[in-house]
Design a protein around this ligand. Structure first.
Ligand code: AFP
Length: 346
């Protein structure tokens, strides 16, 4: 007798396109008008354009692009500035996006009134995170977050962006790696799509991603250990101490590209830390376009994210480019790290 494999409903949707997935998700909400389908489709388009350039990054020298000028005498843009423009242009005329803010722009870009229809959303993004890794062919990424704007009329304002992460409607990232993937959540689980470069389409490859409750990987820049707080040092020392029953020692994995470090830990389990230290009490990473979107994703996948004291998603931002310490990953690992950081464990 032939056996039929048992598949979960999430697995049965494997292979559908990103666009169909968003549309199917949107249909679950009565009254939805396809806005998200439009926005995420534009983000996916931008990511494909950036992906094409990222793939060519190693050819820049060979193709004769020297210094700041290319062979046509045009100025060569840095890839992160280029990516910033690609995402801005993909989103600034969609109608529902009233303003955009990014790591590459000091102030928000307010969409001109004539390009708005409803203008109810703002988008925050990091167009090319980990860009110092480009030159050495290491995975980098883009991160995005979509929020409803609280000010209902007139041009969008700074306060439209200064919302805690709990208010995010959608967050995601694109990883430009050995394959290119887009991972996103709208608060209904986390799904990952892999780009098939032969047809230029993202297909659902990782339905309903769940981060393992505990991992075996820790990711932190140990080069900063001289400036760490004692409690961080004690936690990291604990992870290295052998205890077979508890699954220790952990393995260290650190790429220096948040999207790549986060993505690996999301799939395999583990913990990523970028703590504040004596030099930079708030750490390095930015709340609105790095930590909050990743916190939304990890919580939706069953994990946790904290600044060492409380939930990342509950931080009320005071500034657009605000930094925060970050402890993110498997639920039990984050809980254990917090016991060390609070002084409860040592
Ligand atoms: P770059 O975009 O300047 O490469 O910074 C990347 C990043 O913001 C984040 O992606 C990494 O997790 C983090 O910085 C790495 O920082 P360190 O180099 O200080 O470890």
């Amino acid at each position: 007798m032939q056996r039929t494999a048992v598949t979960t409903p999430a697995q049965q949707t494997k292979g559908i396109t990103l666009e169909r997935h968003i549309r199917d998700e949107e249909r679950k909400h009565p009254g939805a008008r396809g806005v998200f389908t439009r926005l995420v489709s534009q983000i996916s388009l931008a990511s494909k354009i950036v992906n094409a350039e990222v793939n060519k990054a190693g050819l820049v020298e060979i193709l004769g692009l020297t210094g700041h000028t290319n062979i046509q005498g045009e100025e060569v843009q840095k890839l992160d500035e280029y990516a910033n423009e690609v995402f801005r242009r993909a989103l600034d005329h969609t109608g529902p996006v009233a303003a955009l803010a990014s790591e590459e722009m000091e102030d928000p870009y307010i969409v001109p009134g004539e390009l708005l229809d409803e203008g109810q959303y703002v988008v925050v993004y990091d167009p090319l995170d980990g860009s110092s890794n480009i030159d050495v062919n290491v995975s980098i990424g883009s991160i995005f977050s979509i929020l409803r704007r609280p000010t209902k009329s007139g041009p969008a304002r700074l306060e439209d962006f200064l919302q805690p992460g709990t208010k995010q409607l959608c967050a995601g990232y694109i990883i430009y790696g050995s394959s290119t993937m887009l991972v996103y959540t709208t608060g209904n689980g986390v799904n990952g799509f892999t780009l098939d470069p032969s047809v230029g389409e993202f297909f659902l490859s990782h339905p309903d991603i769940q981060i393992p409750p505990r991992g075996k990987i820790y990711s932190i820049n140990e080069g900063n250990s001289a400036t760490w707080d004692e409690r961080v040092s004690r936690y990291v020392a604990h992870l290295k101490k052998e205890d077979k029953a508890a699954g220790r020692p952990y393995s260290a994995r650190y790429i220096g590209s948040l999207v790549a470090d986060f993505h690996r830990n999301l799939l395999k389990g583990g913990i990523f830390l970028y703590p504040g230290d004596k030099k930079s009490p708030s750490g390095k990473l930015r709340l609105l376009y790095e930590c909050s979107p990743m916190a939304f994703i990890v919580e939706q996948a069953g994990g946790a994210a904290s600044d060492g004291k409380g939930r990342i998603l509950e931080i009320q931002p005071a500034k657009l480019h605000q930094r925060t310490p970050l402890v993110i990953g498997s639920r039990e690992d984050v809980a254990e790290a917090l016991r060390f950081l609070s002084g409860e464990a040592s």
